[in-house]
Design a binder for this molecule. Structure first.
Ligand code: A2P
Length: 339
């Protein structure tokens, strides 16, 4: 067991921050002091950490000296401004935003996939990948290592928790409004999310894709150290509270059968295969993923339209493995490497 350390959670009152606190507790992370930080809006309030209530402090006036590890999940602009200040004060920053993910001198790491990238952390900042990329690569990395993936075609079915607390409340509020025959006014999303699906996440870019779609392209290549992999993504927001799903279609260099892929994934770290071709014999966000750690994979079948194509259905809790859990796993790996 490592020596206890001081851990700051930036964005501790948010959807991801709250789960970071639970995951640190559940995994018995060696903590000397836990410091929850948020904006001045929630400073002075408390967050629960096991049976303790810990007072939230204002990030803007906090002095990072003495912090060993800072887990950031308060959005890109907060990370851009404050993460370098924490790193300059000798804290290891694990950043959940997209602020540094594409920087060459910032490792972008999925704990089960490329932990070796933690060997060099030149700026004292590690980036936690986007939730959709994270779960997809936990499932695909073992296949890539075995037979080489040439192309990935993915459509996501992303839950609203990925957009934060306000989006969770919006889905609840709109659902109640519709059931009461009232108008479901959109605030977080551009159109109604309850009883609807929205083919849009992030900003629209010049190439017609959205920023959330291009994260799947850029981050996949960086994490797998495979700039040649072709990735084509469509990101869709669905009225689910917790858990992202993905229909993933891959083309491999060498043929892999569905049975071989199933056997490979059954032994892969962080993966749980749920794949019976009967009603309910597949993972869904509500029945399997929500509140749980693994990446669940089902509907594994050979693509009847391609000689080396394979289809998978990948489901995971976007707030846990897609954000909080991976961040804590990276902190654990860093402590281990340091020991
Ligand atoms: P606060 O509760 O003070 O607004 P979510 O993604 O669920 O919306 O959560 C965002 C998290 O980031 C919250 O903890 C929020 O704190 C925090 N946050 C947002 N803006 C800032 C900021 N400027 N400084 C510090 N924390 C911030």
């Amino acid at each position: 067991m490592s020596k206890p350390v001081t851990v700051a959670v930036v964005g501790a009152t948010g959807a991801v921050g709250e789960v970071m606190l639970s995951v640190l507790r559940e995994r018995k992370f060696p903590i000397r002091e836990l410091i929850p930080l948020a904006s001045e809006r929630s400073a002075g309030g408390t967050v629960d950490f096991g049976n303790q209530k810990i007072v939230v402090r204002d990030l803007a006036t906090f002095d990072p000296k003495g912090v060993d590890i800072a887990l950031f999940s308060a959005g890109g602009s907060v990370s851009k401004e404050y993460a370098p200040k924490f790193a300059a004060a000798d804290a290891l920053v694990i950043d959940n935003s997209s602020a540094f993910r594409n920087d060459d001198d910032v490792p972008l790491v999925v704990a089960e996939v490329n932990p070796e990238h933690l060997r060099s952390i030149p700026r004292g900042i590690i980036a936690n990948p986007n939730c959709s990329t994270m779960q997809m690569l936990v499932a695909l990395a073992p296949i890539h290592r075995a037979v080489g993936i040439v192309r990935i075609n993915v459509a996501t079915y992303q839950s609203v928790s990925g957009s934060g607390q306000r989006a969770l409340r919006e889905l609840g509020r709109q659902t109640a409004a519709i059931l009461n025959f009232q108008s479901p006014l959109p605030e977080v999303y551009p159109v109604q999310i309850a009883f609807n699906v929205i083919p849009h996440g992030g900003d629209f870019l010049d190439n017609g894709y959205t920023s959330e779609e291009m994260k799947l392209v850029w981050e996949t290549r960086k994490i797998l150290s495979a700039p040649e992999i072709l990735v084509n993504a469509t990101v869709v927001r669905v009225p689910v509270f917790f858990g992202h799903s993905e229909a993933v279609h891959i083309e491999t260099r060498d043929k892999i059968s569905a049975a071989e892929a199933r056997a490979l994934l059954a032994n892969a770290p962080g993966v749980e295969v749920v794949d019976d071709p009967v009603p309910g014999g597949y993972p869904t966000p509500v029945t399997h993923a929500s509140g749980r750690d693994p990446v669940f994979v089902g509907r594994i079948r050979e693509d009847i339209s391609h000689p080396r194509g394979l289809n998978l259905w990948v489901v995971s809790d976007n707030i846990r493995k897609g954000a909080a859990l991976n961040a804590v796993q990276l902190a654990e790996l860093w402590l281990k490497n340091r020991a």
